[in-house]
Ligand binder design. Sequence first.
Ligand code: AMP
Length: 213
Amino acid sequence: MRIVLFGPPGAGKGTQAGLLSENFGAAHISTGDILREAVANKTQVGLLAKSYMEKGELVPDEVVIAIAKDKLESLGDKGFILDGFPRTIPQAKALDAALKDIDKPLDAVVNLQVDDEELVRRLSGRRVCPSCGEPYHVDSKKSEVEGKCDKCEGELVHRADDQPEAIRNRLKVYNDQTSPVLGYYEQARILRNIAACGDIQDIFGTITTALGE
Ligand code: AMP
């Protein structure tokens, strides 16, 4: 399995990537998670990325491309699910070139479609575990113990970029800079559009059917 999970912030990419990874044994690669870890560890990349991320802006292409390539190279023969990468046409082209070099083209790009009103509801109520990345929601996916991760007992946080102003900016950035990538994959005939509202397991079922798994 070599796929990209695509869609606006709040579409459920992280949740579905987690399920795909558990069920099919492919690596879940989230550039957002890698960058958040770099910010937490105050590495050089983290210090550079922090201000972009807090405002909901994209981190520069060359930084994110280097991160994604490093991660992909470390996988060997393992499959992967890319979550949140690529987000621009130059990133998509760099990914194609890197995968061509190792003769492992993408199988599919799964586009999770959700309307804007629902995205704002999901993002503003989202809580995440900073230790393991598991996502929760204050209404629709509560943790068993309030404020604690079910998987690793980490303290759940409300991300700075899940605050109203940053959410609005992230949706604008998605529409302006990221959605053109859809046309790129449509031309390559590997785009699969999925209606991603409703029950998480049902959406997962639709994705696996679309992938022919
Ligand atoms: P995410 O967790 O995927 O929503 O990513 C959180 C933030 O990390 C984004 O709002 C961007 O600031 C940054 N980021 C993650 N992936 C990328 C990417 N592929 N290109 C540029 N910035 C990214």
